[in-house]
Design a protein around this ligand. Structure first.
Ligand code: CTP
Ligand code: CA
Length: 228
């Protein structure tokens, strides 16, 4: 396709992307979180905006500046991200779940700073499950074209395909986070994209370049789904 085609690929389409980690409060000064930098989600948001999409980036706490022509909604916890995602997903054409959502949160959040007790050598924090944001988005009717990520350390392809099926996603982007040079907190990534029929490998490259290629693949698959 020509450059002009690429630029207008997603003209007028609403794309909603979750990105970054979530933070699950323990008390006013402590939380549980993860190593996600948000770079992949932000790069996808930038790439979608370049293609003419109206992009909403629902972001957990990151150090990143929102890309040009992207409207960013800042959230902290998985519960907040879930609420924002469901509100925006209703009107979305494409939903991409790039966030590293905490699977669990502390059942009780202390209203004051927790104190050590004399003689207590261990403490237990009970965690309860967070909502599965992308599975709930994919359960909407009508549902947006829904793209997930699968960060795995082993059995990457099998676990990714399982998530594609179990969460009723249209596409899943699998990356092997056991390799320190790619994935979490890295500038680079190497992924395999699975859909019902297809499997496409994207070799090791910068997240910016990869995001542009992934947005083209997503736009193609979205278009095919619309044409069916
Ligand atoms: N995801 C989500 N809400 C959650 C957990 C995950 O929306 N509560 C999304 C992620 O944004 C990603 C996909 O689901 O697009 C897969 O996330 P991942 O952590 O790999 O899968 P889980 O289903 O949480 O399974 P597990 O962590 O046990 O491998
Ligand atoms: Ca998880």
């Amino acid at each position: 396709s020509t450059n002009a085609d690429t630029i207008n690929r997603l003209n007028g389409k609403r794309v909603v992307i979750t990105a970054g980690p979530t933070r699950e409060a323990i008390d006013p000064v402590r939380y549980l979180s993860n190593e996600s930098s948000g770079k992949m989600g932000y790069a996808l948001a930038a790439a979608a905006a370049i293609c003419g999409a109206e992009v909403t980036l629902i972001s957990g706490p990151t150090q990143l500046t929102p890309p040009q022509n992207v409207s960013r909604i800042n959230v902290i916890s998985a519960t907040d991200m879930h609420e924002a995602a469901m509100a925006y997903a209703e009107k979305a054409d494409i939903f991409i779940g790039a966030a590293a959502v905490a699977d669990f949160r502390p059942e009780h959040v202390a209203s004051t700073k927790l104190k050590k007790k004399i003689g207590e050598e261990a403490m237990v924090i009970k965690l309860i499950k967070n909502p599965d944001i992308i599975a709930n988005v994919a359960a909407l009717t009508p549902k947006p074209f829904t793209v997930g990520f699968a960060a795995e350390t082993n059995n990457v392809d099998q676990y990714a395909r399982d998530k594609l099926t179990r969460k009723h996603l249209d596409m899943i982007i699998a990356n092997d986070v056991s390799r320190s040079e790619i994935g979490f907190n890295s500038e680079h990534n190497e992924v395999t994209v699975f859909s019902e029929y297809d499997e496409i490998h994207f070799p090791h490259q910068s997240k910016d370049r990869l995001a542009k290629a992934l947005i083209q693949t997503i736009a193609n698959a979205f278009q095919s789904a619309m044409d069916r």
